[in-house]
Design a protein around this ligand. Structure first.
Ligand code: NAD
Length: 325
């Protein structure tokens, strides 16, 4: 019987980088995405590997019966041995303005995926969580055992609630849950993020780049190719118990927004003037600086190929080429 992966939110940025790797394993892939941010054309590289094994459904994952129907259909293809849950609201400021956005797209997606998994007897989930669940702990090293966890954005709150719901499901019916917490991931196709914002601003006005905050925000950036390798590595390992929480990030202190702005300007419009805003935060809910521990990830034998600065450099080139197409 053929193995089947269900990929929720699989038409987005990270999903479409993961899909070709899963397709190469000879699996059937069932992708659910409401295309609020993802695009069907992003499935192209996976389709070029295995056109007849890629099955796309334009489904809102917060809709109980629609989600359950696709999961039931997927069971007809073979043995569904895993669900990748990548669906969420990716616009943190939008969720700060309207908390319903994160309730629906970041939490209810998790809730309904777990419901459908239980109904269909699917026992393994890989969940894309976020460094946002840690909140703003200043210079404290963020490792998986730290607490209490007090997120400062609705997005972070709904990711943490999702982790909690998955944990409860692991007591109930899940055999394996990988909770991956990643910071900022960069690469193409860019659906959101600081590089895309800067490039789009410069395309509108190539004389000036207005930066949110004073540019001192410092964060870790992981290239999507390194991220996907890390996720697949953890998935291939056995874990203690049935829930594993892993920070997935680069092994460095990150780079500043100022440095990213300078790199983007140098690449896109070298004469543009960079104008910084005020304060150390880009927006309400922005965590301006954090130090991320990836010791647990490294204990599985993983090392990134690119550090934060290299990941940013590569992503600027990739995104500017993509937008120029
Ligand atoms: P993305 O926005 O490109 O992908 C998310 C996908 O989910 C999109 O294709 C969107 O259309 C879909 N989606 C949203 N709400 C939906 C709903 N209600 N029903 C069905 N589909 C829905 O974002 P991404 O960068 O690919 O992120 C993937 C996952 O990783 C997300 O859960 C995100 O929160 C998490 N994450 C991303 C980053 C990052 O820097 N990219 C960092 C930490 C965590």
């Amino acid at each position: 019987m053929m193995n089947v992966s269900i990929i929720a939110g699989g038409a987005g940025f990270i999903g479409c980088n993961l899909l070709p790797m899963l397709a190469q394993e000879g699996r059937q892939l069932v992708i659910l995405d409401n295309l609020s941010r993802g695009q069907e054309r992003y499935l192209g590289s996976a389709k070029s590997i295995a056109h007849d094994r890629i099955h796309f459904f334009n489904t809102d994952l917060s809709d109980r019966s629609a989600t359950l129907n696709v999961f039931k259909w997927a069971k007809g293809l073979g043995f569904v041995d895993e669900v990748w849950h990548l669906a969420a609201n990716s616009d943190i400021p939008a969720g700060v303005i309207d908390p319903m956005v994160d309730l629906k797209d970041t939490f209810l997606t998790t809730f309904e995926i777990l419901n459908a998994m239980k109904e269909c007897d699917i026992r393994s989930i890989h969940f894309a969580s976020s460094s946002a669940i840690y909140g703003d702990l200043g210079s404290t090293l963020l490792h998986e055992g730290i607490g209490p966890l007090l997120p400062i954005s609705n997005y972070g709150a709904m990711k943490l609630a999702s982790e909690a719901q998955i944990s409860a499901a692991a007591e109930n019916f899940l055999e394996r849950a990988n909770i991956f917490r990643f910071p900022n991931v960069v690469g193409t196709p860019a659906t959101h993020g600081v590089i895309l914002d800067f490039i789009n601003k410069l395309y509108k006005n190539d004389n000036v780049l207005n930066v949110l905050g004073n540019g001192t925000q410092q964060k870790s950036y992981l290239h999507v190719s390194d991220l996907v390798n890390a996720l697949l590595l953890i998935r291939s390992k056995s874990i203690k118990g049935n829930v594993e929480v892993v920070n997935v990030g680069p092994i460095d202190e990150g780079i500043t927004v100022k440095s990213i702005a300078e790199k983007v300007v140098a690449n896109i419009s070298p004469n543009a003037q960079i104008i910084y805003g005020e304060g150390g935060k880009g927006w309400v809910g922005d965590v301006p600086k954090f130090t991320y521990s990836t010791e647990r990830l490294q204990s599985y034998g993983w090392l990134p190929k690119l550090n934060s600065a290299q990941a940013i450099e590569r992503a600027i080139n990739e995104i500017s080429l993509e937008l120029a197409k």
